[in-house]
Design a protein around this ligand. Structure first.
Ligand SMILES: Cc1cc2nc3c(=O)[nH]c(=O)nc-3n(C[C@H](O)[C@H](O)[C@H](O)COP(=O)(O)O)c2cc1C
Length: 328
């Protein structure tokens, strides 16, 4: 299996229920360089589930699979399957604080078990040639010192992990919902910059609260990469300038309408295969964010795309309704 080089300058965060393959296809239309991550997929789902949890569109490359789990044997089995399916990277989730994930003894609580994370990384690296990376936080609960973070990094690095994505806030394992854990613990970008200064040999991406490409440029003065989550989903058109502004690609910036135009054949194919319109349309309601008429676009899609038999005309009509607002 050949290993393709990955540009880690800009990536879209793994987001359960949001960064499914339809969203990723849509994102890829706007940026050729962005590294895309799947939603977290548990080893249990891959090994024992009934669906094909590894399915994706070839257009999505470069694409990383994020795994949730902490059993080295199971993780290695999943990593092997994923590499065979052509994924470009395997990422281990050491950042999710949800109760369900903690009950399975994975996600953020693994920060307290660096030796186990190292075992997991070793097991996966033994069976794949593609990079095995770790996405983590800067700490958990009262364990939030810089030394705690560097001990974690030292141990996992010794297992051969060379790329880390750091969500620049700690997680509280009890008392906060996953959503609150993305908002309440304060961001500490400086701590991640310090990590890069102390580990220049590692590839370190920062994550958390980044909303503009200008902010990305600032982070990139200190770090190797920036991972953006919510903003890339809620305001996806920021992706249209990633290649030009962050990756030095000299290409024209696509208009929102051109993006939509390019997506239509994909939607049509999905419908022909028996898929529902709102599987895809829900991911594009933010496309016109900030534009006149964007609320009309959003509302028309929300009210109509879920209806039985809804077709591509819902999208074209939503776009036309926007224009009628503009011309009022
Ligand atoms: C709806 C949603 C689902 C998420 N699911 C995952 C996940 O599956 N795996 C993961 O590592 N992080 C997950 N996250 C956290 C994001 O990857 C990211 O770390 C977090 O949102 C902070 O980045 P942001 O401020 O740019 O959104 C999720 C976040 C959201 C909003």
């Amino acid at each position: 299996m050949s290993v393709r080089p990955i540009n880690r300058t800009f990536s879209i965060a793994p987001m359960l229920d949001w960064t499914d393959r339809h969203y990723r296809y849509f994102a890829r239309l706007m940026s050729s360089q962005t590294l895309l991550y799947t939603e977290m997929v548990t080893t249990g789902a891959i090994l024992h589930g009934r669906g094909d949890y590894l399915a994706y569109n070839q257009e999505e490359h470069p694409l990383a699979l994020q795994l949730g789990g902490s059993n080295p044997v199971d993780l290695a089995a999943c990593a092997k399957l994923a590499a065979e399916r052509g994924y470009d990277e395997i990422n281990l989730n050491v950042g999710c604080p949800s109760d369900r994930v903690q009950n399975g003894r994975f996600g953020a609580c693994l920060m307290a078990e660096p030796e186990l994370v190292a075992e997991c990384v070793t097991a996966m690296k033994q069976v794949v040639d593609i990079p095995v990376t770790v996405k983590t936080r800067i700490g958990i609960d009262e364990q939030d010192s810089y030394e705690f973070l560097t001990q974690f990094i030292d141990t996992v690095k010794a297992a051969g992990c060379e790329e880390f994505i750091i969500h620049a806030r700690k997680a509280w394992l009890q008392g906060l919902s996953p959503k609150e854990n993305r908002e309440i613990p304060p961001l500490d970008y400086e701590r991640v910059y310090q990590l890069k200064r102390d580990y220049p040999e590692l590839n370190i991406s920062i994550n958390g609260g980044v909303k503009t490409l200008e902010e990305c440029q600032t982070h990139l003065q200190h770090l190797d990469g920036v991972m953006v989550g919510r903003e890339a989903y809620q305001n996806p058109y920021i992706l249209a300038e990633v290649d030009q502004k962050l990756c030095g690609i000299d290409a024209p910036v696509m208009s929102r309408d051109a993006v939509l135009e390019k997506l239509l054949p994909y939607i049509e194919k999905h419908l022909q295969q028996g898929g529902r319109l709102n599987h895809i349309s829900r991911h594009i309601i933010g496309l016109f964010q900030g534009e006149v008429g964007s609320r009309v676009w959003r509302r028309y899609i929300s009210e109509n795309a879920h209806k039985q038999g809804a077709g591509i005309e819902v999208i074209t009509q939503a776009r036309a309704e926007m224009d009628s607002v503009v011309s009022l």
